[in-house]
Design a protein around this ligand. Structure first.
Ligand SMILES: Cc1cc2nc3c(=O)[nH]c(=O)nc-3n(C[C@H](O)[C@H](O)[C@H](O)COP(=O)(O)OP(=O)(O)OC[C@H]3O[C@@H](n4cnc5c(N)ncnc54)[C@H](O)[C@@H]3O)c2cc1C
Length: 464
């Protein structure tokens, strides 16, 4: 009996083999997958898509696939951008599409227990109706699931105050590759050995299926104020952010665009070629008003000029509209974004070198960056590149831009991914980030949990 038949025996209609279901999960939004599809080489259909409706059903899928030696590829919203989801003909796609909904909201403890396939936007609508929020607001909030957020170590647009997903997840539940269920305890902190939440945070479907996530919530803020500044240079803007972070100010949104991106997004508000800083402050009224004034003083002291706050309000209004690379790719232009992270002493030089190195590649027509998640010790850079190769080889132009970006990032000792993850696109550079010992440790963990390398093979770990 085939594994699909055995799964059907156990789970009935949760096992789907119709074309619509198989086609819907063939890949995430990785540019390389779109390029392959445009060239007539779309990912194959998988053997089946299984949509368990409970943790127990997900555990059955894990056990049956392990017994049969069949690859399992977890799928959430499919909004990943690094090739974490790519079907193969022998694989079962383990989708969280039926594992949805809020299990419990505990207002006194400020907790929400949420099933892993719950869409981020739907979760926020329900929480906000009760005056609560997770504080996690990725641009892809309408496209992504809470399980996907955990699996990729996602970061939302309000992270500078509220933290990224690892700061918001109080507890989680996951089905391991052998079908056992791991549950971490609902406690505000623990000194009980290594934190097992972090086995799953960033595991990208390679160590099991996240089935339930407990978020620590916050009440909706009493006051929100926005402001904006222009700076003669990107470095001057970075310095204003560094000084604000150092003294402990925490506006949730701190986004500094370089001159190219400022002209593109805020042309009506920023002098030509100037960097542009968008700030959104939230919290109790008096705190917000004080923070607005104090951060404004620091911005002006670093050379910032006050700009129209309408620019920041416009950004807020459009912050969840997802752009797509596809129209550019269809016109022969390879575009993508990538995010790295660096300490304050490194980030200015990293910015200059990334732009120079990628900009010098054949066919590159544009390269720019912004910083959108800041910390006491550093910030991220979010690079956007576009290349129009003379020979029409989009994949080669794309690979060259990525390789150069990663090479420069590693040379500066910076972090190769701030929040999109490793997937397939960054695998070759993981050893540079974790070191040989780090990769060996990760491999040992993988062997312990998934000895036959059945869970999302080809993702995260570099080829051995
Ligand atoms: C327009 C756009 C904007 C974006 N903006 C942001 C942003 O602001 N911040 C950000 O961090 N990211 C952003 N992303 C990237 C993407 O949305 C995130 O990586 C998101 O967390 C993926 O969630 P998903 O449910 O779509 O996961 P998927 O794409 O389905 O899967 C991603 C990876 O996680 C694994 N996985 C999925 N669900 C589970 C599960 N339950 N258990 C175990 N493994 C699982 C998959 O196997 C895969 O490896 C953006 C993407 C797009 C297209």
């Amino acid at each position: 009996m085939s594994v699909v038949d055995r799964l059907r025996d156990a789970l009935g209609d949760a096992v789907r083999t119709d074309d619509a279901a198989l086609d819907a999960v063939r890949s995430d939004t990785w540019v390389r997958s779109i390029v392959a599809e445009l060239a007539g080489r779309a990912a194959p259909q998988p053997a089946a898509v299984v949509e368990p409706a409970s943790t127990a059903e997900a555990a059955v899928v894990a056990r049956l696939c392990r017994e049969a030696g069949v690859p399992v590829i977890p799928v959430g919203g499919g909004s990943g951008v690094v090739g974490g989801v790519l079907a193969r003909p022998d694989a079962v796609m383990l989708s969280t599409a039926a594992l949805t909904g809020i299990v419990e909201v505990h207002e006194e403890d400020l907790l929400a227990v949420v099933r892993a396939g719950t869409n981020g936007w739907e979760l926020e609508q329900e929480l906000q109706a009760r005056g609560l929020t997770t504080g996690h607001w990725p641009q892809s909030i309408r496209l992504s699931t809470v399980g996907g957020w955990v699996a990729t170590r996602a970061s939302g647009q309000f992270s500078t105050a509220y933290g990224s997903v690892e700061d918001l997840v109080l507890a989680l539940e996951a089905v391991l590759p052998d079908g056992r269920v791991l549950r971490t305890r609902r406690t505000p902190r623990a000194a009980s050995g290594p934190d097992l939440r972090h086995l799953l945070l960033g595991s990208e479907g390679t160590l099991g299926l996240v089935t339930e996530v407990t978020f620590s919530l916050r009440p909706l803020p009493e006051r929100r104020l926005a402001q904006a500044f222009s700076f003669a240079s990107f470095r001057a803007g970075l310095e204003a952010i560094r000084r604000s972070m150092a003294v402990g100010h925490r506006p949730p949104v701190v986004r500094l665009y370089d001159g190219v991106e400022a002209d593109r997004h805020f042309g009506a508000y920023a002098p030509d070629g100037h960097a542009f800083l968008v700030l959104v402050h939230e919290g109790p009224r008096g705190v917000v008003e004080a923070e607005v004034a104090l951060v404004a003083d620091l911005c002006r002291a670093a050379g910032g000029r006050t700009a129209d706050a309408a620019a920041a309000e416009g950004w807020l209004a459009h912050r969840s509209e997802p752009p797509s690379a596809r129209p550019f790719l269809e016109r022969g232009v390879a575009v993508d974004t990538l995010e790295v992270a660096a300490t304050w002493s490194v980030v200015g030089d990293l910015y200059d070198d990334l732009l120079a190195a990628v900009g010098a590649l054949p066919g590159v027509v544009s390269v720019s960056a912004h910083s959108s998640h800041s910390y006491r010790s550093g910030t991220n850079l979010y690079l956007t590149f576009a290349a129009a190769p003379d020979d029409g080889d989009l994949a080669a132009a794309y690979d060259a831009c990525w390789a150069e970006s990663m090479r420069v990032t590693v040379r500066h000792g910076a972090g190769i991914s701030h929040h999109h993850g490793i997937g397939r696109v960054r695998r070759p550079w993981l050893a540079a980030e974790l070191g040989d010992t780090g990769v060996a440790l990760l491999r040992a963990l993988k062997r312990a949990l998934d000895p036959d390398d059945l869970w999302n093979p080809g993702v995260l770990l570099p080829p051995s």
